[in-house]
Design a protein around this ligand. Structure first.
Ligand code: SF4
Length: 224
């Protein structure tokens, strides 16, 4: 596997897809440049679709607010009620309130100060919060320019079908993909592979005939 393969994959995916902030909550939340908002959006989006995530995020913004101060003032009950459309509101609201507390108490209310400390510091601090795992931290890091490739359910399925990774673990797939995609394009690769998974390489019935990657896909060529 090589960066040349990653370049080829991205070239074809770019011709077909243009990820927009209307379809990725992390991109949308990032527009103000505040990593705290992005982290809240990513927590809300765990295990649900983008439509529900957007609704929950907007409700949280209009009823409670999207700053650490507003969230701590509103409390876990108000956050839980606001984010109900996204599901798992008990665990997600607890994580959001805890992140608000950490941001306010340790970083003066500005999560950029944590991001400025580097990847390892971000991982150490945020994975200590119950309800925040590798993927959530990776999406945050990637959204702010760190060269990591977050792996969601679409990215994992597509990567395994394409033959880019044979691993079943989060870390294994991420490691394999980071060997294929150059550091500066990893977040873009993440978004484009999700688009491919949502629209073409669907879980139940992949539309291989219309896939821009079918002639380099292990799954397809084994069945052709
Ligand atoms: S060719 Fe089929 S299995 Fe392979 S990536 Fe495309 S849609 Fe998925």
């Amino acid at each position: 596997m090589s960066f040349e393969l990653g370049d080829k994959i991205l070239e074809r995916l770019r011709e077909r897809f243009s990820p927009s902030s209307e379809e990725f909550i992390a991109l949308w939340a990032r527009e103000g440049g505040d990593p705290f908002r992005v982290l809240v959006a990513i927590i809300i989006s765990q295990n649900t679709n983008e439509k529900n995530s957007f609704e929950a995020f907007r409700r949280l913004g209009s009823t409670v607010g999207l700053t650490p101060e507003a969230i701590l003032k509103g409390g876990v009950g108000a956050v839980r009620e606001a984010i109900k459309p996204a599901g798992l509101q008990d665990s997600k609201s607890a994580a959001i309130v805890e992140v608000a507390r950490v941001t306010l108490e340790k970083y003066g209310g500005d999560l950029r100060r944590l991001l400025d400390l580097g990847e390892e510091a971000v991982r150490r601090e945020l994975t200590a919060v119950k309800g925040i795992g590798y993927k959530t931290v990776d999406v945050l890091l990637a959204s702010f320019g760190y060269p990591v490739l977050p792996v969601d359910t679409h990215v994992k399925r597509v990567s395994r079908r394409l033959g880019l990774s044979g691993s079943s673990s989060y870390m294994g797939v991420r490691r394999d993909l980071e060997r294929i995609f150059r550091p500066e394009v990893r977040f873009e690769a993440h978004l484009l592979l999700i688009k491919l998974g949502r629209e073409v390489c669907k879980a139940r019935e992949p539309r291989c005939r219309e896939c821009p990657l079918n002639n380099i896909c292990t799954y397809y060529t084994a069945r052709a």
